[in-house]
Design a protein around this ligand. Structure first.
Ligand code: C5P
Length: 241
């Protein structure tokens, strides 16, 4: 049985090893996984993964969002798989063949999540990118298209916004993992940053998210531990209903 903190992923979106470790020490008893993304991994390197493991019992989400030609992604993923992360991410945009070649060459227990449509994008961004009106007007449909590729390729799940998670779960079943960023509690500064397709922790879990990524609402809070506890309370409320 998952406890509320098992649903919570905190992204270590900080530039230095020292700041990352400080976040880990502060939050290690309150979150299920720490997410290491491009900024920290490129800046600090894999030693941060060892350090997280030595200091906490939390899992690691190595969010490198691979996106390149199939051979490069496959080889980059194989290198990343040696770090023992719980999850890592590959973009859907190069198609099912790429996703499948990563899944089929996974020598580790690291689960592969496919990134569908970033939560920082909205309809007008998709239009600029050349998407047809069908997807510009209904992002959920685009997310489902990409999630279907991920499912058919054998990925463990997807990253999608809380606005699409219910449909993803309905289409692909409860074992197909949905990780949901773009989380903005009602008490945070919703709508004031780059996240567009946002939803509260309570709503995301109610709609079926297996994990929520909550960064700035915690990191920018005056009292980060208090903010984390408020998020955990919302998760608890959602799972107990
Ligand atoms: O809560 P906050 O907006 O600060 O979370 C930002 C984090 O969410 C970043 O680490 C970013 O990489 C991640 N993210 C993601 N997928 C998206 C959007 C954001 O993993 N679609």
């Amino acid at each position: 049985m998952k406890s509320p903190k098992d649903y919570l992923i905190f992204p270590l979106d900080v530039p230095t090893y020292e700041e990352a470790i400080q976040c880990v020490e502060t939050l290690k008893d309150h979150v299920g996984l720490f997410k290491v993304g491009l900024q920290l991994f490129v800046g600090v390197g894999p030693k941060i993964l060892r350090a997280i493991r030595e200091r906490s019992g939390a899992g690691i989400f190595l969010d490198l969002k691979f996106h390149d030609i199939p051979a490069t992604v496959k080889n980059a993923f194989m290198a990343a798989s040696t770090y023992g992360a719980t999850f890592t991410t590959v973009h859907c945009d190069e198609g099912k063949g790429l996703l499948r070649s990563v899944v089929e060459n996974n020598p580790s227990g690291t689960k592969i999540l496919a990134v569908t449509v970033l939560t920082s994008l909205e309809g007008k961004d998709l239009k600029e990118l050349g998407y047809i009106d069908r997807y510009v007007n209904d992002i959920t449909e685009l997310v489902i298209l990409k999630a279907r590729m991920a499912k058919e390729a054998g990925c463990s799940g997807v990253v999608c916004s809380g606005l699409e998670v219910e449909k993803v779960k309905a289409e692909f079943g409860k074992n197909f993992i949905a990780v949901t960023p773009g989380i903005r509690p009602a008490w945070s500064l919703a709508g004031k940053d780059d996240q567009k397709r946002i939803i509260t922790p309570f709503q995301a879990i109610k709609r079926g998210a297996d994990y929520i990524v909550v960064g700035r609402p915690i990191r920018s809070a005056e009292k980060p531990i208090e903010a984390t506890k408020r998020v955990l309370d919302e998760i608890e409320m959602a799972i107990s209903q």
